[in-house]
Design a protein around this ligand. Structure first.
Ligand code: SAH
Length: 236
């Protein structure tokens, strides 16, 4: 946790914050902070700054905070991710959030197992937990939005044309001749497939929507590896 994220209900006044639970334990065990120390803090969906430790016991941390810094720029990229298995989804959400993606569409695909859609991890608070871990890691305060789209065809036909309009759109697909750009900036939409890959029909539907298939080479990567490698090509 490189940034302590503060929520509205942590504030007892404009500049005074009181924390317990996971964040307190982290400050005690990892930061090993003492009264008078300064910690990096940020308000969820707001500014970042410093928090001076006013009091610290085993059950409460009091901070005086000064919030005067903007969070880092967002990655101008919308990620369409075929819903991975829950364990992998957790890790992918954390890294996607760390890398600055703010719009995530978890989409269905022929090779997504149906049972993944009933995972408790898809509950808003559970998704948020993983996204917050990513923000704390990367020192960012802006919570990404996650949209669940359980039907591929209506999503691609009815929603995606508008979503991808005025962006450079790519579908990551190992078995294609098109190479992934080594560096690309500007608004982008990127689709990443499930463990079994997108089926040809899905790649065609995405192409009809203006997506260019791109490959990172012949090595087939796990989704959790492919995601950061691909995103690194689109970081400004
Ligand atoms: N079993 C599939 C691979 C799926 S890998 C196959 O053999 O085609 C899961 C997803 O990660 C892919 O759909 C793709 O979006 C991404 N990916 C993995 N390796 C990749 C590579 N070398 N190039 C581009 N995308 C890749």
């Amino acid at each position: 946790m490189n940034l302590i994220l503060l929520h509205d209900d942590d504030f007892s006044s404009e500049s005074l914050v009181s924390l317990c639970g996971r964040r307190l334990r982290h400050v005690l065990d990892v930061h090993r902070a003492e009264v008078g120390d300064s910690l990096r803090v940020g308000k969820l969906n707001g500014l970042m700054g410093e928090g001076r430790v006013l009091a610290l016991t085993s059950n409460r941390l009091e901070l005086e905070v000064r919030l005067d810094q903007q969070s880092p720029p967002a990655l101008p990229l919308t990620l369409l991710l075929a819903l991975p298995r829950p364990k992998m989804l957790k890790r992918v959400l954390q890294s996607v959030s760390s890398l600055g993606v703010k719009q995530i569409y978890l989409i269905n695909s022929y090779r997504v197992e149906k049972s993944f859609w009933s995972s408790p991890l898809l509950q808003t608070e559970k998704l948020q937990e993983q996204l917050l871990l990513g923000l704390e890691q990367a020192c960012d305060t802006i919570l990404p939005e996650v949209h669940l789209r359980q039907r591929f065809k209506p999503f691609v036909e009815d929603e995606l044309p508008q979503l991808a309009a005025d962006t450079a759109a790519f579908v990551a697909h190992p078995v294609t001749d098109g190479a992934c750009p080594s560096a690309h900036s500007g608004p982008t939409t990127l689709a990443i497939g499930p463990e079994g890959g997108f089926i040809p029909y899905e790649v065609e539907k995405l192409q009809e929507c203006g997506f260019t298939p791109i490959s990172l080479g012949r090595r087939i990567l796990r989704v959790e590896t492919a995601v950061p490698v691909l995103l690194s090509r689109f970081c400004p």
